[in-house]
Ligand binder design. Structure first.
Ligand code: NAD
Length: 313
């Protein structure tokens, strides 16, 4: 009998680069198919890479059947800052990719899906501090609108067709294996590269903009944990709030200065400031803690030290 495999769609991006390595380590590289429009940056990372457009439904279905895929991690999307510049293309990618994958599960071709939502589902009228799981959701960015619609689709496919789709409202992610892919929190990754290469950085958000953030290792652990939790323990079928740390660009600069005392940050807010201002300062992730034992490990000090340790290597 052919072994069931996992397909990662959008594997060459910020999360995919880290997630594929972890999945390969856990399940064996021969059981992980990585796919993207673009090849992986480090060739030795991806044993089974295929070029695949998630919007090409015919090819997607063919590959899923050929490879005997049972689980899909859908990471292909247009992120918040990029989406504001290409509204229709982003709507098409963010929505149709999800519908294509949900349909594969409705038709029982695959068994399980991971799809990330975002803190962008919250809007200017959501509570800013410790934003609860269930609250006002009026996103003002097109990215947030696609994520909210996506959450509702996930709930609908679960209720109506028993599709096992699991989701997290991810905050801004900080990792060292790849650059960020066009989001509003990208500054928190770029700044580390600039600290190592130059003595200065111009930040596109104001120094006091506080946002929820997370070190990549925590995010990967959360994804792996929610995907291996017993089905009956997944009580939320829109998307779970998860949280790790919240900080401002100024606080991150201060932390970086412990390593590079002469590092200097200028603040020149651009169109991304408005998106950031519409998002929460911090997130309440009580439900994720209770339902499947979520707990973040990295605070600002620890993630800064990990970033420099790994980037200088
Ligand atoms: P990314 O932009 O770094 O990577 C996305 C990947 O998808 C890219 O490699 C791109 O080439 C690929 N892609 C684009 N169109 C495609 C298509 N038609 N077919 C196949 N592949 C295609 O994004 P990321 O940061 O890795 O984010 C992954 C998911 O997590 C997204 O849904 C994003 O909204 C969500 N998320 C990310 C963050 C974050 O901070 N990185 C935060 C919250 C939510």
């Amino acid at each position: 009998m052919k072994k069931n495999k996992i397909l990662v769609i959008g594997s060459s991006g910020q999360i995919g680069t880290d997630l594929c390595l972890s999945l390969e380590r856990i399940y064996g590289a021969e059981n992980i198919i990585c796919s993207d429009l673009n090849p992986p940056k480090e060739k030795n990372h991806r044993k089974n890479f295929i070029k695949l457009d998630v919007l090409d439904n015919e090819m997607l279905t063919k590959k899923v059947k050929e490879e005997n895929i049972s689980e899909i991690y859908l990471l292909a999307a247009s992120l918040s800052a990029l989406a504001e510049k290409n509204v229709l293309i982003s709507w098409e990618l963010n929505m149709n990719s999800l519908i294509n994958v949900l349909e594969l599960a409705r038709k029982k071709i695959i068994k399980k899906i991971f799809w990330p939502s975002s803190i962008a589902v919250f809007g200017p009228d959501s509570p800013k501090l410790n934003t609860p799981q269930n609250t006002t959701l009026n996103p003002s960015s097109i990215y947030g609108i696609t994520k909210l619609a996506g959450e509702k689709l996930c709930q609908y496919y679960y209720d109506k067709f028993d599709v096992d789709v699991r989701s997290l409202r991810l905050p801004g992610l900080i990792g060292w294996r790849s650059l960020a892919g066009g989001g509003t929190t990208d500054y928190a990754v770029e700044i580390f590269y600039h600290a190592l290469k130059n003595n200065d950085y111009t930040c596109f958000l104001s120094k006091e903009t506080i946002l929820p953030m997370m070190y990549m290792d925590d995010a990967i652990e959360a994804i792996l944990k929610i995907m291996t939790t017993k089905k009956e323990n997944i009580k939320i079928r829109t998307s779970y709030n998860i949280s790790a740390v919240s900080f401002t660009p100024k606080e991150l600069e201060k932390q970086i200065k412990i390593y590079f005392p002469n590092f200097n940050v200028k603040f020149k807010p651009d169109y991304r400031q408005k998106i950031a201002d519409s998002w929460p300062d911090s997130i309440d992730d009580q439900e994720a803690k209770v339902d499947w034992g979520w707990k973040a490990k990295f605070n600002l000090e620890k993630l800064t030290s990990e970033m420099f340790k790994n980037l200088s290597n």
